[in-house]
Structure formats: structure tokens, C-alpha cells
Design a protein around this ligand. Sequence first.
Ligand code: SF4
Ligand code: SF4
Length: 456
Amino acid sequence: MEPESSATFRDRPINLDDSGKRKWIYAKQPKGKWYRRRTVVGWLAIAFLVLAPFIKINGNPLMLFDIANRKFSIFGQIIWAQDSYLLALIMAVTVVFIVLFTVVYGRLWCGWICPQTVFLEMVFRRIEYLFEGNYRNGPISKKVTSRIPLMKIAKHVVFLITAILITNVFLNWMVGPVRLMEIISSPISENRLGFTIMLCISLFYYWIYAFFREQVCTMICPYGRIQGTLIDSRTITVIYDYKRGEPRGPKSSGDCINCSQCAAVCPTGIDIKNGSQLECINCTACIDECNVVMERIRKPNNLIRFDSVQGVENGIRSVLNARTYAYSAVLIVLIIVLSVTVSNRKPIETSVLRVSGSLYQQVDPVTYSNLFLVKIINKTQSDKELKIRLISPMPGRLKLTTGQSTLKKQEILESVLIVELNREQMTGKSTPIRLGIFEGETLLEEYSTNFLGPDQ
Ligand code: SF4
Ligand code: SF4
């Protein structure tokens, strides 16, 4: 099917026909320098996704989102769920960076680094070309190759295997390579739930890449949806130079011969000659394809190129304006706040909670005890010999039921803590007490709570 005309292209989503039925997009494989560059970037992104949990910095994985243990390793920095303020700051820096990047360069992330596009264009689409050949008149067009059912079945089998591999790549980000190998090598009967979840996620990925495809970018992704509020006439995006190209046609005075090859390679099925559109993921396939046409008809390259509307209109191509200054200033402030917060992070973090349902116990006629659940996180990169002591009131006795005093780097100590006080030390039903976490004689952290006892 031919691309929509500029008069009707906005009447409905580009991949639906008049009756609302899905039109399949069979994008032709582009050729050219941008596609080669995108292939390099895409495979670097895939290498990062595959290798990040294996690479270690200071003994910590480059990337690991260990949700089960509420522990995240981001570029080798361990962040615990208790550091939620840090996670919020990292999130804020990421959002402002994406907004700034989008204001300046549009949807470049989508076409070049987003895992959805990278896997679809660099892996699944290439598997499809391998089994079914390239396409002639895409998008939404007839295929060149025969539709031998066997080739289609083989393609879907390879799709499914690839989806399972991708699931394991993402699972590796959640559990790490050691646990992943344990899961893979253990019999299914020992891990039925995990296996079922893994299979469901694999089938979901298979469905996404085999059937749902570009609709993730054009209809689902929230980042794609907010483009309209971020992009303006100064944003650098993939754009058709309408001043140079129009009036178009084989015999017209404009440089565009209206061959539709730019639309044939478009993975989201749009025609860039209709202007900047929300569906455009800045993949540059149309730039490459139009350059091939321009060379063939002996016209200058870059009728479609990276430029802004202002660049096309009057040659001004500056990305510096009040918006970019404002976002840059906010980003710099957030990065400074994040750096200061990370460098001032406490080396250990302690929480002490009363054992639920317990008030106090009488040990002997003059001594009472309280039970607490203590949790100490060692956020440093070295093992620590820790002691918990009662700072006030003195004297008193403390005992960790685990008897543990060594806390390994980036690990948690959880134990029941028994605190004992004599009756004369207690100031009433509730006596304020202060606990100290010491390394040698150095006080690392102090914690205040209350000791419960009988009426005096
Ligand atoms: S590929 Fe170039 S010449 Fe052909 S229709 Fe697109 S913009 Fe025009
Ligand atoms: S219009 Fe061009 S840059 Fe945009 S998605 Fe289609 S092929 Fe890619």
C-alpha cells in the first residue's frame, strides 16, 4: 500500500486502514552511512546490555537491579532501597537530562539507543530479512520474497529463541550472572515459578517483536507521547527540506522526485515529507535512502537531513536558547546536589525496631529486658568489625542474638538485640536510650529509641 497522502495522513494512526484494520509495516532495509553508524551504536548498546552485570567496578557489578534484596548497583555504586532520596535524585537527573537532550535533538534516543528499537531493528528485523528477504515498496507493502510457510515458521522459531535470550539478558540485570547460572542449570521442577515467569516474559517479548512491533513507539511509549511538548522549531530532528524539495515530482522544479523511497524504509510507516511527526524516531533511515536517490539523479545529498525547522527556513541552526539554558542550569544544580549527597553518604545505616508484640521481660527482681530487631547496612567497600554499645543510660547490657560482629562490605546484618537495664536506671514506663554503632573506638552512628518497663 502506498504511503498516505499529505491531505489524509493525520486522519488516523498511520498503521490503520479506513476500516480500522492494522496495516503491516514491512520496512525496506536502508543502506548508507547513517545506517552503518546506527549499526555500530546499536551493537554497542546490545553489548552494554549483555555485559553490564558481568563487568565489575570496585568489586560491584557495573549494573545490577537486585530488587529481591532491594540493592542496586549503578555504575559500580551500590544504592540501597534505604537510599531512596538518592534514587529520587538519580531519577530527577535522568529525567532533566532526557528533557534537555530531547529539546535539543528530538527523539534521537528512540532511534539509536532505546532497547526496543535496537532489538527490533538490529536483531529481529535482520532475522526477518534473512528468512524472507528485503522489501520492495514498503512501508506497508508487498514482500519481494516468496511466502514459503517453512521460511515463516523457521523465522518465528528463531524469533522465539531470540526472545528467550533477551529475557535472560534482562533477568541477568535483576539477579546477576551467578544466580542466573544457578537458575538455568537447576532442574525446572526445583524452580517452577521462576521458569513460568521467565517463559511468560519470553512469550511477551516474542509477541512484541514479532507482532506488536513499531506500535510500542507510536502508541504506547510515554516518552514518545511527550515529544510534542518538548520539540519546537529550533529542535534538531530528521527533517525534509521542503524549500529545496517542493514542488515535488519527476518533472517538477523541486529536488524531490516523489519516489516514496524515504517512506519505504521508515520503520514506523510515516512519510517524512508530511513534516515532523510524533511517530518519527529519528532513525535516519530516510536520510540514507534519499541520499541514494539524490546520487542517482545527480542532485546534492541531504534533501532529508538532521536540521531544525528554523534551519530549513532561514539557515539558523543554533540550539542555544532560553529553554536549553534553563534546563542546563537545572541539570547542573541537580548533578551538584547528587554529587554532594553521594560523597556525604553515611558509611553504615542502622534501623532499630521493637520486636512486634513485645513490651518488656523481667530477667530477675531488679533487671528488665527489651527485644529489638536491628538491621545494619555496611555501605562501604571494606569489611567492618562493628560493636553495638549502650551510650546512655549507663551501665546496661546489650546482646546480639547472632553474636555477629563482622559485617562484610555491602552486606546487611539482621539480628535480634536484647537490651537489659536495672530498675534504678529506668525513668518510668518509657526510658529514652541511645545506642551507638562503633568500629573500634570510633562512633559510626547513633540511634535513639525507648526502653519499656513496668510502672515505677
Ligand atoms: S526519497 Fe527523497 S526524492 Fe524520493 S520521495 Fe523521499 S524525499 Fe523525495
Ligand atoms: S521518518 Fe525517517 S527518521 Fe523518522 S522514523 Fe521514519 S525513517 Fe526514521
